[in-house]
Design a protein around this ligand. Structure first.
Ligand code: BES
Ligand code: MN
Ligand code: ZN
Length: 509
C-alpha cells in the first residue's frame, strides 16, 4: 500500500472515497468538511438536520457524490464530542474509516488530517496519528491463510490545504509510516507460530529486515554463547532441540555518544519447561498464546530498525536473547543452579520463570556496551495482567529521569505505562540459600519480585523495565482495549513508544 501527501482542496480529489469528519453537535461544518458539503449540494448538513448524521465518535456515513466532485463517494467519520477529543481518537477514527473502506471492497481513498488545528493540536502530530491509525488498523496477519480475502487498500492520500506546511506534512507522514510499518513487522513476528520462528528462523528474518537499513546485526550461536558464558540463557535452552541465539542489532546515528540499549525477552515458545503450563489457561488464552513470549525482543529489534530507517541522530542497540522453553529429559530442573554472564549465580526454583533468566545474561552483556540507558521489555509475568489488565504496561525503574522520559513517550503514543515500586523489602522473596539469587519469589507481588530480580543484573546502569505481559496481545474480550487500530492478535505495543523515546531524548527531561 502506498501513502502519499496531497496539497490542496480535498473536494477536488479523485479517489474512490474522500474522507472528512464531523464533531458531535455541529450543525454547519466548516473547513474541509464544509467545503465538501457545499460541493456535493449540502447533503451533509441535510443529514445532520434529519438526525441521520450526528458526529458521534466512530460513526461512519457514506454519501454518493453524484459526480459533483471528482471523488466517487464522501465518507463522514464522527469525531465525538469536542470535549472528549484526544490525539488517540484521531488514530482510532482513522482506523475505523480505513477498515470500513476496505470492507466495502474499495481500494483508494483520500483523507483530511483529522484533528489538525483542533485546540493546540499541530498538523504534524495529527497527520502522524492519521497515518498510524490507518496502517495499524489495516494490519492483518494472513501469512498462513491460503484462502485470502481479496479486499485490499492500495493507496491512501493525506490531503491538506496549507502549502506552507507541505514539508512538515511530508515529514510527519514519512515518520509515521516507517514507525507503523515497523510496529506491523513486530506484529508479524509475534503472531507467527513458534514453528515458523525458532531462534534460528527469527535471526534469519531479522537479518533480512536489517539489510539496507544501516543497522548491523550480529548473531551469536550456541557455541559462541558457551564461550561467552551465557549460563542462564543456555540453561533455559537445554530443554529444546532448537539451539538458542543471541541477537545484537546496532544502529549508529549518534556519533560518539554512548548507546541507548533496548533489551527484549525472546522466548519463541514458553511451554513452562518442566513446570509445564496447562493447555487452557484459566483466564483465557492458553499455552498456544505463549508464542508471543518473544514480544519484547520483536519490539526492541523493530524499534532499532525504525530508528535506522528514519536515520535518527542516536546510537541505539537492541539485544535479544532467543530460545524456546521446553520440557524434556535435558531440560533444566527445579533447584538447578546456573551462572549468568556477569558471574552471579541463580537458583532455578521455577523453570517457568525463564524470562528473567535470559534477561539476566542480556542485561549483563548490555553493561559491556557502557550504555547511557537500558530499557528492557518483557512479557514477564502473568501477575502483570492481574494488576493492570491489558491497558498499560508496568514501569519499573531505578532512574527517575529515564522513567520520566518513558512516561512522556507513553503519553504521546497512548502506549500506556504505570509505575510500580522497587522497594528493597521485596528482594527478601528472591533470596536463595544456595546461590546469589533465586528466580521466583512466589505469588505475592509477582511482577515486582521479577523486576527486583532484573534489577540485580542491571546494577550500575540507568535502567527501566516494562512488563508487557498484558499489552502484547489483544484477545478481544471486555478486558481488551477496544480500538480499531488494535486488531486481534499481537499489538506491537512498545515500538511507537521506544521510537518516541529516542526522538525526544534530548528535549524531554
Ligand atoms: N511468559 C510468562 C508470563 C506470561 C504469562 C505472560 C501469561 C503472558 C501471559 C512467564 O515466563 C511466566 O511463566 N511467568 C510465571 C512466573 C512465575 C513462575 C514466578 C508466571 O507469571 O506465572
Ligand atoms: Mn514462563
Ligand atoms: Zn515466559
Amino acid at each position: 500500500m502506498k501513502i502519499d501527501v496531497g496539497i490542496g482542496d480535498i473536494a477536488r480529489w479523485e479517489d474512490e472515497v474522500v474522507v472528512v469528519n464531523l464533531f458531535e453537535g455541529v450543525a454547519h461544518p466548516g473547513g474541509a468538511t464544509g467545503a465538501v458539503d457545499t460541493a456535493i449540494g449540502h447533503q451533509i448538513t441535510a443529514m445532520i438536520a434529519t438526525g441521520d448524521l450526528t458526529g458521534k465518535f466512530k460513526e461512519v456515513a457514506v454519501l454518493p457524490s453524484f459526480d459533483r466532485i471528482p471523488g466517487n463517494r464522501v465518507m463522514v467519520v464522527g469525531l465525538g464530542k469536542r470535549d472528549d477529543f484526544t490525539l488517540d481518537r484521531v488514530r482510532e477514527v482513522s482506523a475505523t474509516a480505513a477498515v470500513k473502506i476496505r470492507d466495502m471492497g474499495l481500494r483508494t481513498f483520500a483523507t483530511i488530517v483529522h484533528g489538525a488545528g483542533v485546540g493546540d493540536l499541530d498538523l504534524g502530530d495529527a497527520a502522524e496519528a492519521v497515518v498510524e491509525g490507518t496502517l495499524l488498523g489495516l494490519y492483518r496477519y494472513t501469512e498462513h491463510k491460503t484462502e485470502n480475502d481479496k479486499k485490499k487498500i492500495e493507496s491512501v492520500t493525506v490531503v491538506n490545504m496549507d502549502k506552507a506546511r507541505a514539508g512538515a506534512l511530508r515529514d510527519a507522514v514519512h515518520r509515521a509510516s516507517v514507525v507503523a510499518t515497523m510496529a506491523n513487522f513486530a506484529r508479524d513476528l509475534i503472531n507467527a507460530p513458534s514453528n515458523a520462528k525458532t531462534p534460528r528462523l527469527l535471526a534469519d528474518r531479522v537479518r533480512d529486515a536489517a539489510k539496507e537499513t544501516g543497522a548491523k546485526l550480529t548473531v551469536f550461536d550456541e557455541k559462541q554463547l558457551e564461550k561467552m558464558a551465557f549460563g542462564c540463557l543456555l540453561g533455559v535452552a537445554k530443554g529444546s532441540v532448537e539451539p538458542p541465539r543471541f541477537l545484537m542489532l546496532e544502529y549508529q546515528g549518534g556519533g560518539k555518544s554512548r548507546p541507548i540499549v533496548f533489551v527484549g525477552k525472546g522466548i519463541t515458545f514458553d511451554s513452562g519447561g518442566i513446570a509445564l503450563k496447562p493447555l487452557e489457561a484459566p483466564g483465557g488464552g492458553g499455552m498456544w498464546l505463549m508464542r508471543d513470549d518473544m514480544g519484547g525482543a520483536a519490539v526492541a529489534l523493530c524499534a532499532v530498525l525504525a530508528a535506522a530507517r528514519l536515520k535518527m541522530p542516536r546510537n541505539v542497540v537492541a539485544l535479544a536473547p532467543l530460545t524456546e522453553n521446553m520440557p524434556s529429559g535435558s531440560a533444566q530442573k527445579p533447584g538447578d543452579i546456573v551462572r549468568s554472564f556477569g558471574g552471579k549465580t541463580v537458583e532455578v526454583i521455577n523453570p517457568d520463570a525463564e524470562g528473567r533468566l535470559v534477561l539476566a545474561d542480556a542485561l549483563g552483556y548490555a553493561k559491556t556496551l557502557k550504555p547511557q540507558a537500558v530499557v528492557d521489555l518483557a512479557t514477564l509475568t502473568g501477575a502483570m495482567t492481574v494488576a493492570l489488565g491489558k491497558h498499560a504496561a508496568g514501569l519499573f525503574s531505578t532512574d527517575p529521569t529515564l522513567a520520566g522520559r518513558i512516561a512522556r513517550a507513553a503519553e504521546a503514543t497512548s502506549e500506556r505505562v504505570w509505575p510500580f515500586p522497587l522497594w528493597d523489602e521485596y528482594a527478601e522473596q528472591i533470596k536463595s540459600d544456595f546461590a546469589d539469587v533465586k528466580n521466583s519469589g512466589g505469588r505475592a507481588a509477582g511482577s515486582i519480585t521479577a523486576a527486583k530480580f532484573l534489577q540485580r543484573f542491571a546494577e550500575g546502569m540507568a535502567w527501566a523495565h516494562l512488563d508487557i505481559a498484558g499489552t502484547a496481545w489483544v484477545e478481544g474480550g471486555p478486558d481488551s482495549p477496544n480500538k480499531d487500530y488494535l486488531p486481534k492478535g499481537a499489538s506491537g505495543y512498545g515500538v511507537r513508544l521506544l521510537v518516541r523515546l529516542l526522538r525526544d531524548w534530548d528535549t524531554a527531561r
